[in-house]
Write a protein that binds this ligand. Structure first.
Ligand code: GUN
Length: 293
């Protein structure tokens, strides 16, 4: 069994990006600039955004954090998005989700200029991804694909089972794995809360992508010997022995499943760091004005 070390891999990729930034600086080019909009004070969102800003600093990108109280109106948020869309300085930006209930997430996503949508959430990017056209891939699926590629994991002809059909992870992951492309060509089953016998579906998988948000949901008895296990879950569970009062666990019961897996991602230190790296890669792509070929 081999651990898919997302932490180490993301550090390697960040080092490569930092080298590129150095070259851009030497040539007097424009430094890539990522902006993040954070509304309210959801602790998980704060932690993710902090990590995104820190990663920008690490690779030498410029970053701007726009923090607003959750009393912000939808109109005010749309105005901020308009300013970011039209800014010559900002190459790409994200609006951290979830948003307060009184703000329509779909409306917000649609307001972002697809050329600056480095999260890859806009339907233009999603549609282009589905058709195999140049686009920004959503950060988490992009990170998983990077990981699969760099570890040399074969996907062609394999049976991949994706657990969870979210717009951010499960659905795009199912599309990417089935594409006629590198790290694609898999036969994909997309499972969800209405799937009749989830355990039976997962047990047939050569590759499992777990993205349901339920701690330790995938147990050893559900997985095939030698399966590749990608755990997207980042769940906080109470733990009085920790200083913070909680610890992070994935959607996969790591201790038991790792004994049957050929490759497995840990939580933390697996998919999570790769997600941030993908966002940096998309921002670099945006600053190069490469998008849509
Ligand atoms: N909330 C959870 N994951 C993400 C993400 O990748 N991007 C944004 N914008 N919000 C999120």
């Amino acid at each position: 069994m081999e651990i898919l070390n997302g932490k180490k891999l993301s550090q390697d990729i960040k080092a490569e990006i930092a080298e590129e930034v150095k070259l851009i600086k030497q040539k007097g080019g424009k430094i890539p600039h990522l902006a993040a909009v954070l509304i309210g004070n959801n602790p998980a969102s704060e932690s993710y955004v902090r990590s995104k800003v820190r990663s920008c600093d690490f690779v030498g990108f410029e970053s701007t954090l726009i923090r607003k109280d959750d009393s912000i109106t939808e109109e005010e948020l749309l105005e901020i998005i308009h300013e970011l869309n039209t800014s010559d300085d900002v190459d790409g930006f994200i609006v951290q989700l979830p948003l307060p209930k009184h703000i329509d997430e779909v409306k917000v996503t649609l307001a972002i200029d697809p050329k600056k949508d480095v999260d890859g959430f806009h339907p233009v990017n999603f549609g282009r991804m589905a058709q195999g056209l140049d686009c920004y891939l959503p950060a988490t699926p992009f990170g998983i694909i990077q990981m699969i590629e760099r570890y040399g994991i074969e996907t062609s002809g394999k049976h991949a089972v994706v657990v969870g059909r979210s717009n951010i992870v499960g659905t795009p992951m199912s599309i990417l794995l089935s594409r006629k492309a590198k790290s694609g060509n898999a036969t994909v089953t997309l499972t969800h809360s209405r799937t009749k016998d989830l355990a039976a579906e997962v047990s047939r998988a050569d590759i499992v992508i777990a993205a349901i948000g339920i701690p330790n949901f995938i147990s050893a008895d559900m997985v095939k010997e030698g399966a590749v296990i990608i755990d997207v879950g980042i769940n906080r569970v109470e733990d009085e022995s920790r200083k913070k009062g909680y610890r992070l666990v994935g959607d996969v019961d790591f201790d038991s499943v790792s004994e049957k897996a050929s490759y497995i991602t840990p939580v933390p230190g697996g998919v999570g760091p790769m997600t941030v790296t993908s966002l940096l890669m998309n921002t670099l792509k945006s600053s190069r004005k490469e998008i849509y070929g």
